[in-house]
Every structure is written in C-alpha cells, then in structure tokens.
Design a binder for this molecule. Sequence first.
Ligand SMILES: [Fe+2]
Length: 145
Amino acid sequence: MTHTIHRLQILVAWVSVLSQKSRLCHWNVEWAGFLELHEFFGAYYDFLSNEVDNFAERIRALDNYPKATFQEFLSISPIEEQGGMTSKEMIQTLLHDTEIITTLVREWIQDESDLITQDMFISFIYDLEKKAWMMKSLKKVWVIG
Ligand SMILES: [Fe+2]
C-alpha cells in the first residue's frame, strides 16, 4: 500500500501546482480568444482542483495524511510556476505539464495493486487526455498566424 500512498501524494502535489497555474492563466489571459481561453482555463482549474481533493481524500480513506502546503508541493513537483505568459505560452505550458502527468500515471496503471486507486487513475487519465486534445486544438489557432 505504501506505493499507492506515494503515488496519490505525488498527484496531490503535481496537480495542485498545475491547477494553480491554470487559474493564473484564467486570471491573466488577454487579447485574442480571451473569452474562450478564460473559460477553458477556469474550467480546467475547477476540474484539477476537484481531482486534488479526490486524491487527498483517498489518502485519508487509506488511513494516511496528505502533505498539503504549497512549499511541500513545489519541492516534489517537476511542474514549475510560471508568470508573464502570452496566450500561446499558456496553452503550451499547460499542455506540456498535462502530458507529463498523463505519461506518469499511465505507467502506474498496470501495476497498481489497490483497485479503487487504479480506477481513479484510469478515469483521471481519461479526462486529462480529453483536455490535452482540447488544448492541442486550441493551439492550432496560432499555427496560421
Ligand atoms: Fe473566475
């Protein structure tokens, strides 16, 4: 069970950093495509934030305690905070970070011994890959320009 807790903890940390980054984009996006990007980033923040809650509460259900400060999250997260981005950079960095998480969790699925957690990983990846597809589609607007 230790590896399960460890994996859930990684997700609490990494996804927390990504969710806050998405919220930063929701707040600061400007100019072309503002409205749809503002909405997309806001919805992505809501989704990720809810997933963090699920992973943290799974840790509690397994009788452990999640680390819960941003200092701890950032110390174990390869996903970095980033400010001063253009719309294009926002999409690019969120897509890049999303793919880092997707790749990692996909590797865990096969050998996850706790089937409830495995099920959470599968549905999380299902949703993340959908979001990645949307970001790839949003990104295409800048290929022409
Ligand atoms: Fe908002």
